[in-house]
Design a protein around this ligand. Structure first.
Ligand code: PEP
Ligand code: MG
Length: 594
């Protein structure tokens, strides 16, 4: 048995056989063949290509049903790449010329395609190499399936035998491609607590641990792996007592989650009678159902850029409208906060034309800056959102606002679009509240000015922590320095809450911190009254809110603001909350069934 420690990013317990996906697992064996063997290799090649294409099409259909058309598109692109006649033609030439087996020939052809792409200076073209590697794995798996009836299906896992996925890293879109019926949990060598991969794992409710550092070589031969998404542990080949303990924990937490479901209709009110708004975060329209079922009062953050990420081209106004309208309608009058595009940095679409190759993309042309630099893209999105506003209770917010000028420019464009729609007779809601996300220290410091010009604030703590502590939120090497409880972060949040209180506008926290029980207590103590989180965290948060007194949270927050370090704040919080929750909710813990 070997226990490895990483970063807990999506709660729950997964126990199962490992599937290592690192591009090395499925390697092409090299065999020399005779001239007489060539036709048989041609046939094996054709069969594997046809099965891989069917497999990609099936995965595309599954993704369409689960996550919507935009995510399905990437798998559609895989199917088309596999069907490209030049792939079969080039592979046949190699079989004949080099007298090698079909999988070796195919692997060499795709290696050459990927190498060519990787050498391209354009980052987006270079990123297509990952797609080529994906289809290589997918096709090579088919040789294994037809030859040895192996259950591996390159990157897409056979749901007959669910597995625990272990990988060097998974991109947000690869994570979105995981089928929760087939993938019990995953663990990666890279990654951080607030990365977008972590956000997608939580959306899909797949237990996950990231940032383990190099561990795949030790894990390759394990028979059973436990992923403990609550405490950030990965256990290779657990001994019997450990296995028994985790099985017990897993069924207890499933029972507890069921018990918490009863809270969904009860109000989120503290013991001393203060109401707290609990909202859901969504990336995919389908998550709205989970928000409603788990008692959210609305959607506090809809990350619309996920519509763009795996698309072949930017979604049209009508396509965007359809997605927004679906969400607005399914909320049946509950408020929905649609965030305009937050593209850039690690969220660049697969198609070209947006963003650029930058030395420091997190400080570069991302988010609202990018939207303002691409006014047609921005106007199209604003029109789609405004059309959807006629169907329900839509709030609109701008991400990564840094300066007042930037906010004014965004509002000016919005007013222009609104006016032209009205004069063209397009139905639009009479009042669409406008919010600014506060996720840059400059905006927190200028919150008193910004508060004069918006209807609400939403604090994006993932970025606010990243920028105030100068710690990359996705980099495991500095993950220990990324800390929501840092007094510097708390002081910035306090400034924002005070500015909003003076101007009497609402503040929501929609970053990961807002869904973390201990940190949420601090936020309530700092004056935040609205928290938005992945839907699976809502029941546990309801329990937390209903178990605490606001005056105690306020005293704790006041103390925390004066402490010297994140560690001192965390210790103080832990001790204080042990009295309220003898079983001490762990920091990342929600309570999805594991
Ligand atoms: C944040 O930064 O906290 C946030 C909610 O936005 P995202 O995680 O999408 O960057
Ligand atoms: Mg952000």
């Amino acid at each position: 048995m070997k226990t490895l420690r990483g970063i807990a990013v999506s709660p729950g317990i997964a126990i199962g056989p490992p599937m290592v996906i690192d591009g090395r697992r499925i390697s092409a064996p090299r065999r020399s063949i005779t001239v007489d063997g060539i036709p048989a290799e041609f046939e094996r090649l054709a069969r594997a290509l046809s099965l891989a294409r069917e497999d990609a099409e099936q995965a595309q259909e599954e993704a369409r049903q689960r996550l919507g058309p935009q995510y399905a598109d990437i798998l559609g692109a895989h199917a088309r790449m596999i069907s490209d006649p030049s792939l079969e033609r080039d592979s046949r030439v190699r079989i004949e010329r080099e007298r090698v087996n079909a999988e070796q020939a195919l692997a060499e052809v795709l290696d050459a395609y990927a190498a060519k792409l990787e050498a391209m200076p354009d980052q987006r073209l270079a990123a297509r190499a990952a797609d080529v590697r994906d289809i290589q794995t997918r096709i090579l798996a088919q040789f294994q399936t037809t030859d040895d009836t192996t259950t591996t299906r390159g990157g897409i896992i056979n749901s007959d035998s669910p597995v625990v996925v272990l990988a060097p890293d998974l991109s947000p879109s690869e994570t979105a491609g995981l089928d929760p019926a087939a993938v019990l949990g995953f663990a990666t060598e890279a990654g951080g607590r607030a990365s977008h991969t972590a956000i997608v794992a939580e959306a899909l409710e797949i237990p996950a641990v990231v940032g383990l550092g190099r561990f795949l070589d030790q894990a390759r031969d394990a028979l059973v792996v436990i992923i403990d998404g609550d405490d950030g542990l990965v256990i290779l080949d657990p001994d019997q007592p450990t296995l028994d303990r985790y099985r017990r924990v897993s069924s207890e937490r499933a029972a507890r989650f069921e018990g918490l479901a009863n809270l969904s209709r009860l109000p989120a009110v503290t013991l001393d009678g203060h109401e707290v708004g609990l909202w859901g975060n969504i990336e995919f329209p389908l998550e709205v159902g989970a928000c409603r079922d788990r008692g959210a009062i609305g959607v506090g953050l809809y990350r619309t850029e996920f519509l763009f990420l795996n698309a072949e081209k930017a979604p049209t106004e009508d396509e965007q409208y359809e997605a927004y309208a679906t969400v607005v309608r399914s909320l049946r009058g509950q408020p929905i906060t649609i965030r305009t595009l937050d593209l850039g940095a690690d969220k660049l679409p697969a198609y070209g034309g947006l963003g650029s190759t930058e030395a420091n993309p997190v400080l570069g042309l991302r988010s609202l800056r990018l939207s303002l630099r691409e006014p047609e893209l921005f106007r199209t999105q604003l029109r789609a959102i405004l059309r959807a506003s006629a169907l329900g209770n839509v709030r609109l917010m701008f991400p990564l606002v840094t300066t007042l000028e930037e906010l004014r420019e965004a509002r000016r464009l919005l007013a222009e679009v609104q006016a032209s729609m009205k004069s063209a007779g397009v139905p639009v809601a009479d009042h669409v509240p406008i919010g600014a996300m506060i996720e840059v220290p400059a905006a927190a410091i200028m919150a008193d000015k910004l508060a004069n010009e918006v209807d609400f604030f939403s604090i994006g703590t993932n970025d606010l922590i990243q920028y105030s502590l100068a710690v990359d939120r996705t980099n495991e090497a500095v993950a220990s320095l990324y800390n929501a409880a840092d007094p510097a972060v708390l002081r910035l949040i306090k400034m924002v809450v005070s500015a909003a209180a003076t101007r009497k506008i609402d503040v929501t926290v929609c970053g990961t911190m807002g869904g973390e029980p201990m940190h949420a207590v601090l936020l309530l103590g700092l004056g935040v009254r609205n928290l938005s989180m992945p839907p699976h965290q809502l029941p546990e948060m309801k329990r937390v809110v209903r178990s605490i007194r606001l005056d105690q949270a306020q005293a704790l927050a006041a103390e925390a603001l004066e402490l010297d370090s994140a560690e001192a704040v965390a210790n103080r919080l832990r001790n204080a909350l042990l009295e309220v929750f003898p079983e001490a909710p762990s920091q990342g813990s929600g309570a999805a069934p594991g």
